[in-house]
Design a protein around this ligand. Structure first.
Ligand code: SF4
Length: 433
């Protein structure tokens, strides 16, 4: 016993009300950890809000006290990391009461679905003990609580059925005085995958105040509500599945390395804002502009802006090209502002006063200070207005070698023939301005 008390405090030191079922469950858990010969450093107890949360200081293992209902989610995260990135030695045990189980129900469902390798002990005492004995989702029908003083009119949530149907690979249901409780907990902890035990227990602070009930009645309540259950299903845990399917596999989002083909001499940074409509190639054309700069040995950044509905409304890109480090990706005063649609115009109105050169579709303004171009004439071609306008920029201002932009289109673009045609039309248009 001396060794057991290295894992847990003596029962007389427990903070619960005399006769509270939490004490029996803590003792069963301590014995299970002890008999499994687990290293204290390999055990994590994650607790929730409620009297059950007082468990933290009782166990001499790792403990983590969480927000109400979030213990399962946090425990799942810790175990996923241990399983995928570390040595998969950690035994993660969640201690929740009626509140943690019902408030955190979706976390339980998700964790069961993923079959995360954690063990959840649901301390079901049929009410919320810490806050005054109110009824919970787990309160049985006709059971009296401080808020159902004439008896609960509803059936209790069958939490084990919910988690079984969500994919739990080990599920059990018993009561706190069950002599088998320690062994069931041992089995649950040893199981590789999501394990849950619903343990019916008595809140001597409130349940006995409102109901004619004693500890021995728990067995009857258990029998009358589906009986003792213990089932195990072999199913790959989340971590093992993740490792076999994704870990160490090449990501589809790998960075593309772009090698510079030459070195452009650029005295000052170039700041370009392109504003148009969603689906008209603004962001891709801007990316190609960045790539063309990199092909020329320069650095570039792109900052995109669009509404939450990515397929409608405005689409704006801010591009900075510089021979040197770019430490801030925003643009205050664009050297070039390209506006290809009314959506874009509305979005970048604030830039107009601050832009040195403005290339705009001719249908949007009569202002002779702007470079008015027939960009929307190319609307039927993929990204037509955007690529045409960029062609105008290169044709009129020649910020750097236009051939690099054409190379970027040919190597990384989409609908290359159409976009190249629009760019070249714009280039010719710009050269004549
Ligand atoms: S109030 Fe109820 S649940 Fe809380 S410690 Fe007392 S008996 Fe246990």
């Amino acid at each position: 016993m001396k060794d057991l008390f290295e894992i847990i405090e003596k029962p007389q030191n427990f903070p619960y009300c005399p006769g509270c079922g939490h004490t029996s469950i803590d003792m069963a858990l301590a014995r299970a950890i002890f008999e499994l010969n687990l290293e204290k450093k390999d055990v994590l107890i994650v607790s929730d809000i409620g009297c059950v949360g007082l468990v933290d200081k009782l166990f001499n293992v790792h403990t983590l006290h969480t927000l109400h209902g979030r213990s399962t989610a946090i425990a799942s995260g810790v175990k996923m990391v241990d399983e995928v990135l570390f040595d998969n030695q950690l035994k993660t045990i969640v201690m929740i009461g009626d509140g943690g189980a019902t408030i955190g129900l979706l976390h339980l469902v998700e964790s069961a679905k993923l079959n995360v390798d954690i063990t959840v002990l649901v301390h079901n005492n049929f009410l919320y003990g810490m806050t005054g004995g109110q009824h919970s989702g787990l309160t049985p029908k006709e059971f009296k609580t401080s808020t159902t003083i004439r008896g609960n009119p509803f059936e209790a949530l069958r939490i084990i059925d919910i988690l079984k149907n969500s994919g739990a690979s080990f599920y059990a249901r018993t009561f706190s005085q069950d002599p088998d409780l320690k062994d069931i907990i041992k089995e649950a902890i040893s199981h590789r995958g999501f394990s849950v035990i619903e343990i019916l227990e008595l809140c001597t602070g409130y349940a006995t105040r409102y109901n004619d009930i004693k500890g021995n009645d728990l067995k009857i309540i258990l029998e009358n509500s589906g009986g003792k259950i213990k089932e195990k299903i072999e199913r790959e845990s989340f971590g093992l599945l993740y490792k076999s399917k994704f870990f160490d596999k090449k990501s589809e989002f790998e960075f593309t390395e772009i090698e510079a083909e030459r070195k452009i001499n650029l005295k000052n940074p170039i700041k370009i804002v392109i504003a148009g409509s969603a689906g008209e190639g603004v962001q891709l054309a801007s990316s190609l502009l960045c790539i063309s700069a990199i092909l020329g040995g320069l650095n570039s950044t792109q900052k995109n802006d669009n509404p939450v509905t990515v397929g409608s409304g405005f689409s704006v890109s801010e591009i900075i090209i510089k021979d040197g480090d770019i430490k801030y990706t925003g643009i205050e005063e664009p050297d070039y502002l390209i506006i290809t649609s009314m959506d874009g115009l509305k979005r970048v109105k604030g830039f107009i006063e601050r832009s040195k050169n403005i290339i705009i579709d001719e249908s949007l303004t009569d202002n002779k200070n702007f470079i008015r171009v027939p960009a929307r004439k190319y609307i039927k071609l993929r990204g037509g207005p955007t690529y045409f306008s960029l062609g105008v920029l290169f044709g009129k201002f020649n910020p750097f070698d236009f051939e690099l932009y054409e190379k970027a289109i040919l190597k990384y673009g989409k609908a290359k023939d159409e976009t190249l045609t629009c760019f070249r039309e714009g280039l010719n248009f710009g050269r004549k301005l």
